[in-house]
Design a protein around this ligand. Structure first.
Ligand code: SF4
Ligand code: SF4
Ligand code: SF4
Ligand code: FES
Length: 593
């Protein structure tokens, strides 16, 4: 018999799992104790770090009573107790798990071949596959309850017939994002149970910010991003259209994962090659992230120098913008007027590029690749376009573009690297780190502090902005003035900060907010992991990519310098104000619950 130690020994309890003695922290669940011992228990509804819902039952184990008899318990939800004897394999457990899975399968649509979540992304399918041989699963008859589909959001679709009532989306929206949209609904007449929007409303009637964190954790195809692949392929195959691709900084250190490459691998120039292989102009939004710094940095310096509204709040994240429009419509003047990098890029694609490549703006189709479901909403805002149509014609998430590349026979793991096209294909390290929480702030400081001190302070690494903490802050002495900045990591941490702003008590001059915990590297459209440890690896690799770039400040980008000389004039100048800045809308009255 072996012994495994985990946690602080003096606070530990001792349990015996499958004959193995395990020391684990006092408040551990049986599942956590088993993991310390390296014993794998299958799970479906469990999400590490959140309150276990205990809904699915596939984590069943047996615990021994004092008289030697045993009872079934759900390992994710049941606390380990000192001296407890636990079994993770037995005939009774097999029967219990088999019955639970068969019950779930008997009311689940059997359309795995065409489901958007399949292709390795459906956890339910994986568990069912694993159980199929082991438990000889049998589904004699399938009766799918009629629960309807909510297609009212531009960001994602709710196919409620596929819901297995695991409660993961509820937990993420309640406990992480703290928006609290969903509830578990129990239809007393039919006995049916599934997750719905509180009060039975549709997404368009709620204050959902489209962050997609619920989409990411849904273990089935009940929540999926709105499909953009069909529109993108139609445009690619249309000989009358010129296709332009742009790709967010976060894509470059995450897309490789969809092709089996190690977490965080930098595949920037492979993506450029893939875009060109599909047939299009290949660009990177790192460029317009640099442009954002030029505009937002200038706006901030202007506000500080001219007694403008402070603190200034960043405006790159459409989930955060929507949160402000719903919850703090009286504070919108604090938001920077800069469009997000996606929309700045789109405005240039339709207003600047046509004369450069000699194509009518109406004949250009712009595909934006984003780790973000909220960007699908953002590109449809009425102010994001002109008489030529939309600035961004379609947004594909990271997961969608992986599918599209695969459909065209492209393997990112093996494709040879290529360069981006010129004009808007160059990005600095500052542009790249926009993908991580704190990255926008750090990129802004690299340029703002350098400019305000005429290069006397040339710090590159503002490490206080980095990391996974909910609210990060720093004070910088610039020309004798203490400038206080803060970074809010995840929308669930923003309320106290914004309440202070509303009360006029905020100590800060400049605040970055990104809706997704960890930033866009953990966006709702990114490859499916929300584990902080994995997001941490993506962050480390992103800062490595930044360090490997010869250009690390946005104002050093030669194509940025060129576009101001050739077209924009100066940051926050006349043309910039017209095409790169925007306004916001009070949406508080549109919410029905
Ligand atoms: S997209 Fe975000 S805010 Fe909307 S329901 Fe999902 S987790 Fe909640
Ligand atoms: S919608 Fe998805 S995440 Fe939410 S309860 Fe249903 S299956 Fe679970
Ligand atoms: S943090 Fe990034 S991925 Fe998440 S909603 Fe904001 S822009 Fe989108
Ligand atoms: S994983 Fe424990 S009940 Fe679902």
């Amino acid at each position: 018999m072996s012994t495994v130690y985990g946690g602080q020994l003096d606070e530990d309890i001792r349990v015996i799992i499958d004959g193995k003695t395990v020391f684990c922290p006092r408040n551990s669940s049986i599942l956590e104790a088993a993991r310390i011992a390296g014993i794998e228990i299958p799970t479906l509804c469990y999400l590490k770090g959140l309150t276990p819902t205990g809904m699915c039952g596939v984590c069943a184990v047996e615990i021994e009573n004092e008289d030697g008899t045993r009872k079934i318990r759900r390992a994710c939800r049941y606390r380990a107790k000192d001296g407890m004897v636990i079994y993770t394999n037995s005939k009774k457990i097999d029967e219990y798990r088999k019955e639970r899975m068969e019950k779930l399968l008997a009311i689940h649509p059997q359309d795995c071949l065409t489901c958007h979540k399949s292709n390795g992304n459906c956890k339910f399918q994986k568990v069912a596959n694993n159980f199929a041989d082991r438990y000889n699963l049998e589904v004699k008859s399938v009766k799918v309850p009629n629960r309807g589909t909510d297609d009212s959001s531009p960001a994602f679709v709710r196919e409620m017939e596929k819901c297995i009532a695991c409660g993961r989306c509820i937990n993420v929206c309640n406990e992480v994002q703290k928006i609290k949209i969903y509830e578990m609904y129990h239809d007393k007449k039919t006995g049916d149970k599934y997750c719905r929007i509180k009060g039975g409303f549709n997404l368009k009637d709620t204050n959902c910010i489209n962050c997609g964190q619920c989409v990411k954790v849904c273990p089935v195809g009940a929540l999926t991003e709105k499909n953009g692949i069909v529109d993108a392929l139609n445009a690619i195959d249309d000989p009358n259209l010129t296709v332009v691709w742009s790709m967010a900084p976060a894509i470059q250190n995450t897309l490789g994962e969809e092709f089996g490459l190690p977490t965080g691998t930098d595949v920037t120039r492979k993506i450029a090659a893939a875009m060109k292989r599909v047939g299009a102009y290949a660009y990177t939004t790192d460029f317009s992230a640099d442009l954002t710094i030029m505009e937002e940095g200038t706006e901030f310096i202007g506000r500080v120098s001219n007694g403008g509204v402070l603190p200034m709040l960043t405006s790159c994240c459409p989930g955060w913008i929507r949160y402000m429009e719903y919850n703090y419509p009286d504070q919108l003047e604090h938001l920077s007027s800069c469009k997000s990098p996606q929309q700045m890029f789109g405005a240039l694609v339709k207003n600047y590029l046509p004369s450069k490549i000699n194509v009518d703006a109406k004949k250009i189709y712009h595909i934006s690749i984003m780790p973000c479901t909220a960007k699908k909403f953002e590109c449809q805002r009425p102010e994001m376009g002109g008489d030529y149509g939309k600035d961004v014609d379609v947004v594909l998430t990271t997961r969608e573009v992986a599918k599209l590349f695969k459909m065209r026979g492209i393997d990112l793991a093996t494709i040879e690297e290529e360069d981006f096209d010129s004009l808007m294909g160059c990005g600095t390290g500052a542009g790249r780190i926009f993908s991580s929480t704190g990255g926008v702030m750090e990129a802004a400081l690299r340029t703002v502090v350098w400019k305000l001190t005429n290069g006397k302070i040339d710090t590159i690494d503002y490490v206080a902005a980095r990391g996974y903490k909910g609210v990060k802050e720093a004070t910088l002495n610039i020309n004798g003035m203490d400038v206080r900045v803060a970074v809010v990591n995840g929308i669930g941490n923003v309320k106290p900060v914004m309440d202070d702003v509303r009360a006029g008590k905020s100590p800060y001059h400049f605040i970055e907010v990104m809706a997704c915990p960890g930033g866009c590297l953990n966006g709702g459209g990114a490859p499916l992991t929300s584990e902080p440890a994995m997001i941490g690896v993506r962050m480390d690799k992103t800062y490595e990519s930044d360090k490997n770039n010869k250009l690390r400040r946005s104002h050093e980008n030669p194509e940025i310098q060129e576009i101001y000389k050739d077209y924009l004039g100066e940051p926050c100048g006349h043309i910039s104000h017209h095409i790169l800045h925007t306004t916001y809308t009070d949406r508080s009255k549109t919410v029905k619950h």
